[in-house]
Design a protein around this ligand. Structure first.
Ligand SMILES: [Zn+2]
Length: 342
């Protein structure tokens, strides 16, 4: 199948002049994208977001022959996939590096604003992504400062940062609306105290916290090595969901990607923790419908993970899932995010 053939079959999708997915919708929509990135607020080298003519690679998007939009992650799964031996660990790490590299290259203002206008998106929440060694929060704040009508900034502070508390207060004062983190249990060496302290510091300044949550669950234990298994499980939903027990009930925690393949578990945590939300990037129309049925529409938020993924794909999934529910659509696309960002 070609991309052309795919969009012909899919309601709400078309291709733009670059051959990338764009939304196909006649009416008006109000949309905030709660999960995006930009060149200079990512790890690796800093690239000036003013650069022009950079190609968008969408590094997390599967090729057309491997695309299956009916499942989260939109990728045809092979239940017998094998990830044994050192090579698979190396491949996994190189792939992670390539994803960031492509995001840094493609995540420029030029590409960002083009995608916003093609997809009727009024604002992107730009999530900084910091590591222990490199804090990208000031860069995210800078881009939001340069384009306050189009971008909102989340800071990112690593739990092992010695100035964690001071920084969170400072970034709040500088205009950050929340904090984003991608961290693994391996990186924390199983000691969650620093992360809990960080979440509590965020609660004190009334920050929303969005964490990358979820992993691919189709790979079987017997088909992996010990190390690969640990890597695959290192961001699973329960690692972070269990920490919510340590925090007040009204703590505003957002499950990034709705846990990818673990969206049903995310629904269970949302039921237990009334302050928590699920952000929908890479989910399918069916999984979004499932979440609406289980937890209602007032704690689900549209996010795309642009430029790792096109904004149009998750957006078209939300439109499909809410075809007969205009109120749910308005909340998921905009109202819930607006409430959190107020
Ligand atoms: Zn992301």
């Amino acid at each position: 199948m070609t991309k052309q053939e795919l969009v012909k079959k899919e309601k709400y999708l078309k291709l733009n002049d670059d051959g990338d997915y764009a939304i196909d919708y006649d009416g008006e929509l109000e949309i905030i994208d709660f999960h995006t990135h930009i060149s200079n607020a990512l790890p690796l080298k800093i690239i000036d977001p003013n650069k022009k003519g950079r190609k968008l690679e969408y590094p997390t998007l599967p090729s057309v022959d491997k695309t299956d939009l009916s499942v989260p992650y939109w990728t045809k799964l092979d239940p017998n996939e094998k990830n044994k031996g050192l090579m698979s660990v190396i491949k996994f790490s190189l792939n992670g590096y390539k994803i960031f590299n492509d995001m840094v290259k493609g995540g420029t203002y030029d590409n960002c604003f083009k995608s916003q206008s093609e997809n009727m998106i009024k604002k992107n929440v730009v999530l900084a992504l910091s590591t222990k060694k490199s804090d990208r929060s000031m860069e995210a704040l800078r881009v939001a400062n340069e384009h306050p009508d189009k971008l909102v900034a989340f800071c990112s502070v690593h739990p092992h940062d010695p100035e964690m508390k001071e920084k969170i207060k400072k970034y709040k004062e500088l205009g950050a609306k929340g904090l984003k983190l991608k961290v693994t249990d391996m990186e924390l060496k199983g000691d969650f105290k620093p992360l809990i302290d960080l979440l509590k510091a965020c609660y004190e300044v009334n920050f929303n916290v969005l964490l990358h949550t979820g992993s691919l669950t189709h790979i079987k234990r017997r088909n992996t090595s010990d190390l690969m298994w640990k890597l695959l499980k290192s961001t699973r939903v329960e690692v972070f969901g269990e920490l919510l027990k340590e925090l007040p009930k009204d703590f505003k925690f957002v499950f990034g990607h709705s846990g990818i393949a673990e969206y049903k578990l995310v629904a269970e945590y949302l039921k237990k923790h009334p302050g928590s939300y699920a952000e929908l990037s890479c989910q399918s129309a069916d999984s979004i419908k499932y979440l609406i049925d289980e937890v209602g529409y007032e704690r689900l938020i549209f996010g795309s993970d642009w430029p790792a993924l096109p904004q149009a794909l998750t957006l078209s999934r939300v439109l499909l899932a809410t075809e007969n529910n205009k109120v749910a659509r308005e909340h998921i696309l905009c109202k819930n995010a607006e409430r959190l960002l107020r």
